[in-house]
Design a protein around this ligand. Structure first.
Ligand code: ZN
Ligand code: ZN
Length: 360
């Protein structure tokens, strides 16, 4: 008899999965591997809904492997540890982000940059080393190598799970590109799950923050709710003109194709435009403005495990938390619909621990 998802591994698990490109989620019985020597098994308490969940559920990146149990902003409580686990014990609060494995021996892995390992194993919609599909945090339990698990600080609410993707995705480029120095002036493009975290981290680093958005309706919340210093409407050429050559760096979180020339104009000489959103189609790259000012356009993707722990600890210390709307599991399809319309401030988080109920 062919192995089914329910019996390919020994431990019974339950979650919600999409079976096809409709992306609609429904209850799903599957299984998890036994807790290996270096594995941590934990009960999932909260899981954030990331915009990339939406893309992958609907196969918008063309790489979806169904069934998909999404979820890569996962926080829970350890229920079992393997005999060689050193960092964790039963009862610890833990987090798992976008990856659950990597080769551990390439140059990237050697430098704590598992996020750039060519053999990285994504938390869901990927393959485990045994060839089975990985299933994410919209589920009751997870098993992960301890190397890809972070300690969740005691004073950090567990529902702030979106730090594990939205948080590290914005923290890492601010640090790596040196855009974390007090007194600098940083632009943040787009005010969604990623953008609102970029504003919070940039403010915590002591920089001046200008939010750049197409929508004037976000001005008040950018300034009053998130603490941004200024707001620019990208379509207002007069405003944009007046702000030319004022920014040291920009974190661009927009995942739709958009013109980057106006953004390059906002940068000072040596300014850096870092893209963290992922438009499906190429954006046009105007080269002249790069030459005239030695400007840089770069990309960045999540962060390594060491930096992810550092980010979580920094967030706990400085009280930086994503703004979340906690919803029950059965609300997930409605939440995804609302996310598609940007109708959330700023991240949905599934209350898995209290509301995920087994089908039978
Ligand atoms: Zn994500
Ligand atoms: Zn590697």
């Amino acid at each position: 008899m062919a192995k089914s998802y329910e019996n390919e591994h020994p431990i019974k698990a339950f979650g919600w999965a999409a079976r096809d490109t409709s992306g609609v989620l429904s209850p799903f019985n599957f299984s998890r591997r036994l807790t290996g020597e270096k594995d941590v098994q934990f009960k999932v308490m909260y899981c954030g809904i990331c915009h990339s969940d939406l893309h992958q559920l609907k196969n918008e990146w063309g790489n979806s492997k169904y069934p998909i149990v999404p979820g890569h902003e996962v926080v829970g409580v350890v229920t079992e540890v393997g005999s060689k686990v050193q960092k964790f014990k039963v009862g610890d609060k833990v987090g798992v982000g976008c990856m659950v494995g990597s080769c551990r021996k390439c140059e990237n892995c050697d430098n704590d940059l598992e996020n750039y390992c060519p053999r990285q194993i994504p938390t869901y919609n990927g393959y485990n080393t045994d060839g089975t599909l990985t299933f994410g945090g919209y589920s009751d339990i997870m098993v992960s190598d301890e190397h890809f698990v972070v300690h969740w600080p005691e004073n950090l609410p567990m529902e702030t799970a979106p730090l594990l993707c939205a948080g590290i995705t914005t923290y890492s480029p601010l640090k790596y590109f040196g855009l974390d120095k007090p007194g600098m002036h940083i632009g943040v493009v787009g005010l969604g799950g990623l953008g609102h975290m970029a504003v919070k981290f940039a403010k915590a680093f002591g920089t001046k923050v200008t939010v750049i958005s197409t929508s004037v309706s976000k001005k008040q919340e950018a300034i009053e709710r998130l603490g941004a210093d200024a707001f620019l409407i990208s379509r207002d050429t007069e405003q944009m003109q007046a702000a030319m050559s004022t920014l040291d760096g920009i974190i661009d979180t927009v995942s739709a194709v958009h013109p980057i020339l106006p953004l390059l104009s906002l940068l000072k000489s040596h300014g850096k435009l870092v893209m963290v959103g992922a438009p499906e189609k190429p954006v046009e790259l105007p080269v002249f403005p790069l030459l005239l000012g030695r400007k840089l356009v770069a990309g960045s993707c999540i962060g390594g495990m060491k930096e992810t722990q550092e980010m979580v600890d920094f967030a706990a210390k400085h009280n930086i938390t994503p703004d979340v709307e906690v919803v029950p599991m059965e609300y997930v399809n409605t939440a995804l619909d609302r996310l598609l319309k940007s109708d959330v401030k700023y991240r949905f988080v599934l209350d898995i621990g209290n509301t995920l109920k087994a089908a039978n």
